[in-house]
Design a protein around this ligand. Structure first.
Ligand code: ATP
Ligand code: MG
Length: 564
């Protein structure tokens, strides 16, 4: 990957970059500091990539820095496995937090002190009501909430109770600490929000030290302030939490005043993006794991062969706005094709082999045919591919009874075998069951390299082939969309009802040209006429290579959508 971001990723001044730019020019900030704050309760998905490209991208473009902060305030669902995968995925996407890796749990002591500070200021109190009672007394959008009977406890009583909460004297859920703001506030989030809850859960970093944990709203902005974040960029659903974010910053002795800015999250059609649902797909075995190549996770897309550059380009193309919308997944697939078309070497592979015997070709002869690695790029050079008497072609490239306009092989018909020879089909051989098992063909020696013969004869079709004597056997996995409807989350029923039963097609006994034995995971390859492929990083072995189809050469769904 190159050091500088591609054009599409460079500072197109969206509304957030405009704010950042203005804050630098006015001298409000000398250095821009952003953060990416994942909760380590799942693997990152393509939606997170949008946030990563935005936060790390702004830091890079404006000479600032971006922190990676694990928002680990909810101990019950968090795991080290997720921390590790998140780091790997961000690095793979091409971004680096340097020394700036933090955990919200590192601030638990400071947050506790600030909670005590609020109590002392008369701005927080311990409430004995149950979660249900608190919910029911919050009021509605049109009606004010009802103050808790414990709202006016003395500072001393609150301090003592809060200390006892910490010491483990109460059961989970028996008491909470609430901010004392305004039970009649027009914004429900400011009606005495809960700051701390009692929860006996082992934390992946602080172990069993804490029996009470801060709520997200109380932890997030203060973590930003501790780290000196200048622009705290989050998704739109936090817009009406901003007044609370600001209230904490104004009412606590924090060392900095970060500004929260919201943007619209990425939604993709044919995709679910919520971590809860992705976890369900994994746990219930609908996919093989978080990195199943059909998953919209970064690890799944990587395993499938999506280049990081294509994901960054896609995030640059969709832009940053304040309006929620759904992007077409075809846009992402096109970004992938754009990069792969440039980056991948062409190779020949036959997924559904049909044997061809060239009857007039000498039995023991082998010729090395020179085949261009990329017809659009001469600098990519050429390779030699062995040609002999027995070959494989794609079964669908032959039809015994072809319709008009079929330019591939049929009895009596002639095609060009790519970079090899003109070949005519003389006869189709059947087995006892009547299935075609072999084609008997003849070649024209005057067409070597696939050149037109001196008699000026032309053929319309060119097909790919593999030498039967030299081919490597492989498995290929052809993917389709995991869901068969545009909006799996919308409409009737459960999202699982819309799983596409044909999202994975496994083909064994595929025949590949010998040079593909050298392929490594992550290396993009175009199987001519079939799509872009890569070695499967998890399951491929030298004995049985496994190739994933990253994406087809064209958008096959576009045709279907506009009607056949
Ligand atoms: P989910 O709803 O899928 O569980 P989340 O928002 O709870 O996601 P976090 O780990 O908290 O997941 O997300 C980390 C960061 O990524 C947050 O700043 C969040 O705003 C951002 N983010 C998550 N999903 C998207 C998305 N679809 N588009 C853009 N940003 C996203
Ligand atoms: Mg979240």
């Amino acid at each position: 990957m190159s050091d500088s971001p591609p054009d599409s990723e460079k500072s197109r001044l969206d509304f957030i970059r405009e704010i950042v730019d203005a804050d630098l020019k006015s001298g409000k900030h000398a250095t821009i500091v952003t953060r990416f704050p994942p909760e380590p309760n799942g693997y990152l998905h393509i939606g997170h990539a949008k946030s990563i490209c935005l936060n790390f991208g702004i830091a890079r473009e404006f000479g600032g820095r971006c922190h990676l902060r694990f928002d680990d305030t909810n101990p019950s669902k968090e795991e080290q496995e997720y921390v590790d995968s998140i780091q790997e995925d961000i690095r793979w996407l091409g971004f680096d937090w340097g020394e700036n890796r933090f955990f919200a749990s590192d601030y638990f002591d400071q947050l506790y002190e600030w909670a005590v500070f609020l109590i002392k200021e008369g701005k927080a109190y311990v409430d004995d009501q149950t979660a249900e009672e608190i919910r029911q007394t919050r009021g509605t959008l049109t009606e004010p909430g009802t103050p808790s009977p414990h709202r006016d406890r003395s500072v001393e009583e609150n301090l003592a109770l809060f200390e006892r909460m910490r010491a483990g004297e109460f059961a989970d859920g028996e008491r909470v600490l609430r901010a004392r703001i305004d039970m009649a506030h027009a914004n429900v989030n400011l009606r005495d929000p809960v700051l701390y809850r009692i929860l006996r859960a082992h934390h992946h970093r602080t172990g069993d030290k804490w029996l009470l944990y801060p709520m997200y709203d109380f932890a997030h902005g203060q973590s930003d302030a501790i780290e000196g974040i200048t622009h705290s960029i989050c998704t739109l659903e936090f817009e009406n939490h901003r007044p609370l974010y600001d209230w904490f910053i104004e009412n606590l002795p924090v060392p900095a005043r970060p500004r929260q800015i919201e943007f619209s999250r990425l939604n993709l059609n044919f995709t679910v993006m919520s971590k809860r649902k992705l976890l369900q797909l994994v746990k219930d075995g609908h996919v093989s794991g978080w990195d199943d190549p059909r998953m919209p996770t970064i690890s799944g897309l990587r395993r499938r062969g999506y280049p990081a550059e294509a994901i960054r380009n896609f995030c640059g193309t969709i832009g940053v706005t304040k309006f929620n919308s759904t992007n077409d997944v075809a846009l992402l697939e096109n970004a992938v094709r754009d990069v792969l078309n440039r980056a991948s070497a062409r190779r020949m592979a036959v997924l559904d082999p049909l044997k061809v015997v060239v009857t007039n070709y000498p039995e023991d002869q082998i010729e090395e045919m020179e085949v261009a690695n990329n017809p659009n790029d001469e600098t990519a050079g050429a390779r030699s591919v062995p040609f002999c008497r027995e070959l494989y072609i794609e079964r669908e490239d032959f039809l015994e009874d072809p319709p008009k306009g079929f330019f591939r092989l049929f009895p009596g018909g002639e095609v060009r075998f790519r970079s090899a020879y003109f070949i005519r089909c003389d006869e189709a051989v059947r087995d006892d069951a009547g299935e075609i098992v072999e084609l008997r063909c003849t070649y024209d020696p005057e067409t070597r390299g696939g050149q037109n013969p001196p008699d000026g004869r032309k053929v319309k079709g060119t097909i790919h082939w593999v030498s039967a004597r030299h081919a490597i056997d492989a498995e290929t996995r052809l993917y389709d969309r995991l869901f068969s409807v545009e909006d799996p989350d919308g409409g009737e029923g459960d999202f699982l009802d819309h799983l596409n039963p044909e999202s994975l097609l496994v083909r064994r006994g595929c025949k590949l040209e010998p040079s593909l034995a050298e392929s490594k995971a992550g290396e993009p390859i175009q199987f001519e006429r079939l799509g872009y492929f890569c070695v499967d990083a998890r399951d491929s072995t030298p004995e049985t290579p496994v190739f994933n189809r990253t994406v087809g050469l064209r958008d096959s769904w576009a045709k279907q959508k506009t009607g056949k």
